[in-house]
Design a protein. Sequence first.
Length: 260
Amino acid sequence: MSKKLKRFPKGIIAFGFIALFFLIISPKVSPAQERIPIPRIGITLEEADDPREVALSLEILFLLTVLSLAPAIIISVTSFTRIAIVFSFMRRALSTQQEPPNQILMGLAIFLTIFIMAPTILEVNNVAVRPYFQNEINTQEMFQRGIVPVREFMLRQTREKDIALFLSLGEVERPRSPDDLPTYVIIPAFIISELTTAFKIGILLFIPFIVIDLIVASTLMSMGIIFLPPIMISLPFKIILFILIDGWHLLTFQLVNSFR
């Protein structure tokens, strides 16, 4: 036996004894303890037996539809459109390519949207969402109450010219008051107004940085340096100017005030 053991390296023999020792002293685990409970998730489709079940199914379908359309709704009826476009113009004016990254700008745009829309959201919650969950109103009345603050916000930011455009395109009779305007007319008019306002702000943002580009380009031309791209020289000056005027603070201040 000793001759057979001498044929194996001492390291392998020691490893075998250690493994055998741990197998002996380790506690035995029962098969029941080894099982990890995994919940079963399933969705069943059954025939509704009473009108209440039909109404509940329609409410669930409506909520799922709203959740799937939530990004489009946020972009369409809130201040997100203007903020996102202005931030995009700002980055192009600075010529910083992908700095700040899209995720940072869109995250800031979302939180600014929440900040600007907070009074409207609170009003919708008080007049529509809370009474609905307290079973004081039904789904239809919740929608009718909740859309009123959103309509008021959109009407404050929408130009009459854009509203008249969609009234004429839809051949809708001229309403006597803003409350008589259809919602399907207000939403596209609001989006067009937001795009127009965002582009106006973007043009104003471009002007000082274009002046810097022109000064740098003319200076390089006068010095005979024609092979050096002017943007390489103007980029640091743009960033310095943006920092000196506290650009993000000023831009955010003007964006929030533009909705008041």
